[in-house]
Design a protein around this ligand. Structure first.
Ligand code: B12
Ligand code: SF4
Length: 475
């Protein structure tokens, strides 16, 4: 059966590179699983190619599939709905299936409000989607399939949950040939080096429960690991296919230190030389792991520092301290990782102006960190803080379920959004102008081939610094 999979854009007119320049890995996994069972798959990554809705409709009509799968994160949901509605109007017999985080957490309202959406796949998609496509092709009963939701008898029915895939090594590798264009990494609004880029997933799930993150509700805090052998085999193939950069997109990459060390050893043994990008928790950033990681090509690490205030870290349920962040930065620097990025979340309802300032000052003085990314706390379905806001009567879910909302506009808070934005703008301006920022950065860049490549890539694509800062501050 022919299936078209769409990754919608956010619908905000932005530079392509800043939109979502990373490949939609989930769709490539789904594609590989369907193809293995004989189905025909096309992927339209509209976050990358940015077609207007009428052009997507034309393309899908040309493909004439029996099923359309739409992947929806909270920022892409509204556009996903527009695209699906326009396509269904032209192809009324087409079955439309929604999946990914936003659809999983809002399936009931979604199916009630949008009659052109036929099914929602809840959570990890490979097995459920395959069963659903097979059942649709063979005209079999749908309600025996675990992990889906659909309309029935004037209401919405949800079938029992589907157990997670235990042995991730059994999955086929994501089919990257389904993508129509190359990707180049993009971090904090800047393009990465110009090399061909893709993402790799070595594990699924996270045992932590940070209140601003939807991963724990999606994975129910159950972690599953791929074997180091299978991860390294995939990376070997990527190298042969001409990829130069790989970003790891695990929920919690550094969780099992021994497994990471094994992956590093195998990369070395197999002579795999890719440029690596990783995200991590500061309490897992041991010097040994980072040193091994740097040796096998890790150039960029992105840490969740979140706040310089212990009380805010506690509020987020992050289970780290500012001191651990300091230590992680030191370890990274000593390990020789070239680009160390700290991600912060400002605008917790309990945060006073002074607390925010303390975090900004903490970031200014965080030794080893090359660049901070200041995010404003947003609430979206699936997060503990979203549920808290609904439970405590601050958020009318019926009204706001289709988009993310700024936390300080929802909860009683000390700060107004405009004031927070102004503080962040002032911070960046100060951060960048300090000689203690730009002198070491220039020195580091002239000494590093990798950084020079990044600089050239950005000059070539005319990355606007103002635009970068605007992206960083969510403006
Ligand atoms: C890589 C990544 C990115 C990349 C690429 C995004 C992309 N195209 O996938 C970049 C850097 C661009 C990015 C940006 C953002 N991201 Co992001 N990102 C991730 C990350 C780390 C990995 C995604 C991934 O590849 N997973 C691996 C694949 C295999 O899993 P998957 O995508 O979930 O797909 C599976 C299922 O969801 C399902 N499925 C998915 N699609 C479909 C479609 C159908 C039809 C079906 C049936 C099933 C199905 O089946 C798949 C296979 O099992 C996740 C966290 C995580 N670990 O998942 C956050 C995450 C997805 N991002 C998130 C957010 C909030 C953002 C930003 C808003 C951040 C920001 N403030 O700017 C932006 C928004 C970008 C956008 N335009 O939508 C949130 C989304 C929460 C939500 N409620 O939507 C997540 C979950 C992180 C979190 N901590 O909560 N992100
Ligand atoms: S923020 Fe990171 S550590 Fe916390 S729950 Fe999400 S994935 Fe896990």
């Amino acid at each position: 059966m022919k299936v078209v999979l769409i990754n919608p854009n956010t619908g905000r007119a932005e530079r392509i590179e800043n939109e979502a320049a990373w490949p939609p890995l989930g769709l490539l996994y789904l594609g590989a699983v369907l193809e293995k069972s004989g189905h025909e798959v096309k992927v339209i990554d509209n976050a990358r190619i940015q077609l207007p809705v009428d052009k997507i409709v034309e393309r899908v009509k040309r493909e004439n599939p029996r099923v359309l799968g739409v992947s929806t994160l909270t920022p892409t949901f509204t556009q996903g709905i527009k695209i699906a509605s326009a396509i269904k109007a032209e192809l009324p017999d087409l079955k439309i299936i929604f999946g990914n985080y936003h659809a999983t957490f809002t399936y009931e309202r979604l199916l009630t409000k949008y009659p052109f959406v036929d099914y929602v796949v809840l959570g990890e998609g490979e097995q459920i989607f395959l069963e659903l496509i097979n059942a649709l092709e063979r005209n079999e009963e749908i309600k025996k399939i675990k992990g889906i939701a659909f309309r029935h008898d004037g209401g919405v029915v949800k079938t029992p949950p589907r157990p997670f895939i235990q042995n991730l090594d059994e999955l086929p590798l994501p089919d990257r040939t389904l993508l129509e264009q190359e990707y180049h990494s993009e971090v904090v609004g800047m393009l990465g080096s110009s090399g061909k880029f893709t993402t790799v997933l070595t594990s699924r799930g996270c045992p932590y429960n940070c209140r601003y993150c939807a991963c724990s509700a999606f994975s129910l805090r159950k972690v599953r690991f791929r074997s180091p052998k299978s991860v390294v085999a995939e990376m070997g193939l990527l190298q042969m296919e001409g990829y130069e950069e790989v970003g790891f997109v695990d929920d919690n990459l550094l969780l099992d230190r021994h497994r990471m060390e094994k992956i590093c050893d195998l990369l070395k043994e197999n002579g795999i030389k890719l440029t690596l990008w990783a995200e991590g928790r500061v309490d897992q950033a041991s010097r040994e792991v980072l040193r091994n990681f740097a040796r096998v090509g890790c150039k960029t690490i992105y840490f969740g520092v979140e706040s310089g205030n212990q009380k805010v870290l506690n509020y987020y349920g992050k289970n780290i301290s500012p001191e651990l962040s300091r230590k992680a930065m030191r370890n990274c620097k000593e390990a020789g990782i070239e680009n160390i990025i700290g991600s912060f979340i400002l605008g917790a309802p309990i945060e006073t102006r002074e607390d925010v300032q303390r975090t900004l000052d903490f970031a200014l003085n965080l030794k080893g960190m090359d660049f901070p990314q200041m995010n404003v706390l947003m609430l979206s379905p699936g997060m503990d803080l979203w549920d808290t806001a609904v439970r405590e009567g601050y958020l009318d879910e019926e009204k706001y379920w289709e988009d993310a909302v700024t936390a300080i506009n929802v909860f009683p808070s000390h700060l107004k959004e405009e004031e927070l934005s102004r503080m962040i703008d002032r911070f960046y301006s100060k951060f960048i102008k300090r000689p203690t920022f730009w002198i070491p950065q220039i020195l580091k860049t002239v000494q590093s081939k990798y950084r020079m490549k990044i600089l050239l890539a950005n000059l070539k694509s005319r990355t606007s610094f103002r635009e970068t800062v605007r992206q960083l501050t969510g403006g």
